[in-house]
Ligand binder design. Structure first.
Ligand code: PLP
Length: 389
């Protein structure tokens, strides 16, 4: 009906219908179920002859508003909102795969997703083969007649490697694979993978989407037919997002563009500062010219994102010492928060891997991951400078 507006406008003006009270901001629908006019209304609703809310495990107005916004942002046809990013990842795969199916995935993926592929899916005879993020040309060699899904994240966690989505999209198309991208590190503001051939896009809403470290959430959006299969699975298994969290997220998305712009400019300033620092071995940030995939990042992203990775000279011990000196920045596991957060992957999230395994996914012992927040950039840099000094 209405013509499509720009990103920022859709993020603010996409709303569910007003009630009789003519509220300006969408209300919260904290209700588990919805009532029917009469027996015929109830029958027709259950028969799916009309689109309406029945029960909040299936749909809820607040989730609908959140989903509508993300669909507009990503250029997607349909979506479903989940209680966490991992619920979105799990349900998406579980809805689409059968025993015997095969996944081709990038090696550098979120830790819990990796555990899902290696420890749980094999129970249902679903196997995964991995390719190195810097060897996208090897993807085709891994594809078998059983391969159903090509899965990637870009930029990756924690190494901020960038994968060429257009190249991968073409490979997926050529082999008839479902191409799924976890777009959480970029947010829909910086990168819209559907443009490059993605069939489905997954987000942890916990990160940049909420952006204030308050709620857990996840969402999958994309192709209508695939989303219908995911919806049928999710409405039965029950990973739905709570209406309260959906309301919080829909509000958060109103400021996504503003926030992410500042995250990115702060991150680029920090990365540029670290490049010249004598105690820093290397710095990686997608929009630094020194990033090995700078040109690809420029092609598919609007800016470099909120995460900067760097290596403190002196390895594991130097990395840990640096951490103990940090004052302003939080030592925490989240990212995309308004507060800057620092993590040491080798001694925390990736400590269970051997040194060799860590090297294979691009995590060195002194590597630090900073999720650059929205504090004044001079204060962020000053804290890191004193901790390095
Ligand atoms: C955090 C994260 C997830 C999981 O999201 P939760 O909301 O914590 O369940 C998945 N993928 C990526 C890339 C993430 O950073």
């Amino acid at each position: 009906m209405a013509e499509k507006k720009r990103f920022e406008t859709e993020a603010i003006r996409t709303q569910i219908e007003r009630t009789q009270f003519l509220e300006h901001s969408s209300p919260m629908y904290l209700t588990s179920s919805f009532v029917f006019e009469d027996a015929e209304d109830m029958r027709a609703s259950f028969a799916e002859e009309k689109e309406r809310n029945i029960y909040s495990r299936y749909s809820n107005p607040n989730s609908t508003e959140f989903i509508d916004k993300v669909c507009k942002m990503e250029g997607a046809e349909a979506g479903f909102a989940f209680a966490s990013g991992m619920a979105a990842v799990y349900s998406t795969f579980a809805a689409l795969l059968e025993s015997g199916d095969h996944i081709v995935s990038s090696k550098s993926i979120f830790g819990s997703t990796h555990t899902l592929f290696t420890q749980f899916f094999p129970k249902w005879k679903i196997e995964t083969s991995y390719f190195d993020v810097n060897e996208v040309e090897t993807v085709e060699q891994l594809i078998t007649p059983k391969t159903k899904i090509l899965y990637v994240e870009s930029p990756t966690n924690p190494g901020v490697d960038v994968l060429d989505l257009e190249v991968l999209g073409d490979i997926a198309k050529k082999h008839g694979l479902i191409f799924i991208i976890d777009n959480c590190f970029a947010s829909p503001y910086l990168q819209q993978p559907i443009k490059f051939g993605a069939d489905l896009v997954i987000h942890s809403g916990t990160k940049l989407m909420d952006g204030q470290g308050r709620v857990l959430a996840g969402i999958t959006v994309g192709n209508h037919d695939l989303m219908d299969q995911i919806y049928r699975f999710a409405r039965i298994t029950g990973p739905a997002l709570s209406p309260f969290n959906a309301w919080v997220l829909s509000k958060s998305l109103e400021t996504l563009a503003l926030r992410v712009d500042r995250h990115c400019s702060n991150a680029l300033k920090l990365a540029t500062y670290l490049e010249d620092h004598p105690k820093v071995e290397w710095v990686k940030y997608p929009f630094l010219k020194s990033h090995p995939k700078y040109e690809v990042a420029k092609k598919q992203m609007k800016a470099g994102g909120c995460v900067v990775a760097f290596e403190v000279k002196g390895g594991l011990e130097a990395g840990r010492k640096f951490f103990d000196k940090v004052q302003l920045l939080s030592l925490s596991a989240n990212l995309g928060d308004s507060r800057s957060i620092i993590t040491h992957p080798a001694s925390t999230t990736h400590s269970k891997l051997t040194g060799e395994e860590r090297q294979a996914v691009g995590i060195s012992d002194g590597m630090v991951r900073v999720s650059v927040g929205l504090e004044h950039v001079d204060d962020i840099i000053a804290d890191i400078a004193q901790a390095l000094g």
